[in-house]
Write a new protein. Sequence first.
Lengths: 651, 251
Amino acid sequence: MSTDKKTKTIVAKIPEGALSEKWSNYKAQQKLVNPSNKRRLDVIVVGTGLAGASAAAALGELGFNVLNFCIQDSPRRAHSIAAQGGINAAKNYQNDGDSVYRLFYDTIKGGDYRAREANVYRLAEVSNSIIDQCVAQGVPFAREYGGLLDNRSFGGAQVSRTFYARGQTGQQLLLGAYSALSRQVHKGSVKLYTRREMLDLVIVDGKARGIIVRNLITGKIERYSAHAVVIGTGGYGNAFFLSTNAMESNGSAAWQVYKKGAYFANPCYAQIHPTCIPVQGEMQSKLTLMSESLRNDGRIWVPKKKEDAQAVRAGKLKPTEIAEEDRDYYLERRYPAFGNLVPRDVASRAAKERCDAGYGVGSGLAVYLDFKDAIERLGKDVVETRYGNLFQMYEKIVDDNPYETPMMIYPAIHYTMGGIWVDYELQTTIPGLYSIGEANFSDHGANRLGASALMQGLADGYFVLPYTIQNYLADEIRTPRISTDLPEFAEAERNILERIERLMSIKGKRSVDSLHKQLGHIMWDFVGMGRNKKGLLKAIDEIKQVKKEFWSNVFIPGEGLDLNVELEKALRLADFIEIGELMARDALHREESCGGHFREEYQTPEGEALRQDDKFNYVACWKYMGEDKEPEMYKEELKYEFVQVQQRNYK
Amino acid sequence: MEKTININLRVWRQRGPKAKGAFESYKLDGVSTDSSFLEMLDQLNEQLISEGKEPIVFDHDCREGICGMCSLYINGHPHGPDEDITTCQLHMRKFKDGETITIEPWRSHGFPVIRDLMVDRSAFDKIIQAGGYVSVNTGGIPDANAIPIPKPVADMSMDAAACIGCGACVAACKNGSAMLFVAAKVSQLALLPQGKVEAARRAKAMVQKMDELGFGNCTNTGACEAECPKNISITHIARLNREFLKAKFKD
C-alpha cells in the first residue's frame, strides 16, 4: 500500500503481468516463513464465520499460533450459517460455457464496474479449489443420480455454476470450516475465545499488535497480543436496524480499526436483497431472507391493474383469482434476457418502482413470488425437494401456504459491499492489520452477485490470506512475543473503561433498541434503495441528532463490568450511528448511480442506474480525522485493463 | 389483519451458575400474534427497561432458525409447542389470549446456566474438537467430482448434517444424553467416502468425550427426535453405535 497525501490517492500493490498470471506471479515471488519460525508467530483472527474460521484453520494447519475470537458461544453460530442458496465456482461441470474468465467477468459486471480487476480474477481462479476442499471436509453438497455434483443458477449469470446443499449451503460450508477449525483447536495450534467482543485495536510502533476485548460473560476487559491481526467480523447492515443480518452482527470491529487509521472504503455500497419477507409491525426485530435460488423457478409479479392491487390490499381479492393476462411479470417484461434472474440491485429497484407506482400488494410494500407455473411444470414433489425448507420457513413466519398462494416478498438490507479498505494482499492501511470476508470491501464492487459471498469468504480464508500474510510475517520472525503490559495496551484498555463508564452513567430515558429503530428509519428512508441529495443531507442532520440523543438520554440497566446485554447493544449502536453518518456522507459524495447505490438524480430514461465513469471510477477511501471532524477522502483509481467498461445490460 | 393478545409469563431468573434461581411472573399486554416468540420477549424486556429493571437474558442470534443459538424451554417443550422449528421461529399466534406461558432454560447437567435463560453449551464444541471432522489440510485436494457419491447416500448425509447444535435433544432427554447430537455428526461423515476412512476412530473419540463431559446414556426413549427442530432421526444413533462397536473390536 502506498498513500500520497498530496494527491489524496492510494494504490493497491497489484502484481505485474497479465491478469491470469498475477496471482501465480505473486505467489512465486512472495516471502514465506519456515516451519520453526511459524510456531513463534502469533496471529489474532477476529470472527469465526466462513472467512474467520477458514483463515484460523488454514493458518493453524500451516503451524502459526492462532488466537481466534468469536462473539457467540460457539464458532458454528457465525452468521455465514444463514446463507441459503449456494456458492459459485467456475468448474464448468455443466458444460454450459463457464470458465474462470466468465466468472470473473460476471462478477465485475455484476459489481457495476466498481471492483478491482486483479482481486476479482484471483477470486474466480481459486473458486474451484474451494469446492474441492469442502467436498473433502465432508460437506454434503447436492448431487445428481450419477453421483456427481449438482448446480443451480443464480442472478447475474447465464450459466449454472452454483453449488448448494439444499437451502442450507452457508450452514454446511460453515460447519466444514468449523470442523477444520475444531481440528486445529484439538491440536493446540488454535486457541478459541468464545463470547468475546473486540472493542479496540492496539497499535505498537505503527503496527497492529493486539486487541482489547470484552468478555461477555464476566463483563471484564481482556488484552491479547499478536504479530498480526485479522478482522473477519462481517458487514454493517444492521445500521438499518431491520436487516437480514443476525442480531449480534455489527460493524464495531471495522469501525474501531477505522478510528485507528485503517481506511473505510465505499461505505455507501449496501446490498438490498429483493426477496425477503415483508415487514409486519413495529416490534419486528429482523427480516428473513427467502433465498435467491427461489428465482430459478418462482416468477415475480404484481397486478397489472391498479384497482386489482387495491382490492388485494383491502383483502377483497385473492392473488389466485387474478387472471394470467392481468398479471404484470415486470422483471420478465423489462429484462427478457435475464428475466427473474437479474442481479439483486436491479430486482430490488424494480420492486420498489412498482410499489411506489401503486401496484404493491400486502401492506402496499410487497410483490408476489409465484410457484404456480413451477408446480405445474415440475410437480409439487420436485418443488418441495428444491425449496421445501424455505417454504416451511415462510409458512411458519407468515402463516400462509406458498404451495397454494404466492409468497409475498419485498427488498431488505442484506449485505454490505463496502468495508475496510485492503490492498491486493488483504492488508489494510495499518501494517500487520488484515481484513477478510464481508468485513473488507474488496471483490464485489457496487453490487454483489448471489452465491458470491460464501465464495469470497472462503477464498480469503483458505487460499489468499494464508499466503499473503506470510509476506508480512516473514519480516517479523525476529520480533519476540508482544507483551500485553505495554503502555499501548494499558491506554487502550483505559479508554474502553472510560467509554463504558460514560455510557453507564448517562442513565437517561431511552432504551438502546428505541434509538436503534430511530436510526434505522432514517437509514431506510434516506440512505436505502433510492437516495438523493436533499434526503442525504437530511439524513446526516438527523443522524447527528440521534447521536446527541443517544449520548445524553440512553438508559442502560445493570453494571458495566458484568454480563450486560444492553451495554453490548449500546456499544454497537454508538458505532452504528457513526457508520450510518459515513454511509450517508459517502452516498452524498458519489454523484452517480451504480449497483446498490442508486442516486435518483442519475438514472437513464428507462430508470436504470447511470454511472459517471469520468468522475467516479474510483474506490472512495475514508480516513478518520478525529471526533466530530469531517473525514478525508482518498481515491484508489480503478483501471480496467482487461474488461471493457460499459453500461450494464440485462435486457 | 393484526391481532393482539394479553399474556402472563412465568420466567426463570437466575443470577449465575451457582446462584439459586426462581420463577418470576410478568404480565404483558398488546402482543401482536404476528410477533415471534423472541420479539415478545424483546417487548417484555423493553417494558422492564422502562421500569428501570434488568432485562431477561436469553441467547439468540440469527432469528431464522439456523444458528442454533436460541434455547428456550417453553411450556415443557424445548423450542415450545410448535413442531420442527426453533424458538425464534415460534410465533405468538400459537398462544391464546390470557394464557400463562412458562419459560425455562435448557436444564441439563451438561449445560450449566450462565444467567436467566442463557446456558453454557461449550461442551458441544469440545465433543466436535475431539474428532468431529475429516482430517484433511487445506489444499492439494483432488477434484470434487473425482469420487461419485450416490444421491441417496449424499441425501442421508445431508439429513444428519442439518443439525444446528442447539442442544434441544439434550434438554429433552431425561438422561441428559447428547447421543443424537454426536450421532448426527458421526453419521454425516461415516456415510461419505471422505469421512469413512476414520469413522470408527471418530465415533470412539466423540463418545469418550461426551461421557467425560457428564452427558447421560441413551435409553432409546426417542424424546430427542420428537423435539429436534431439524427432524434429526434416531436411526443415526444406530449408525453411531455400529461405528463405535467397530472401534471397540479393533481395540
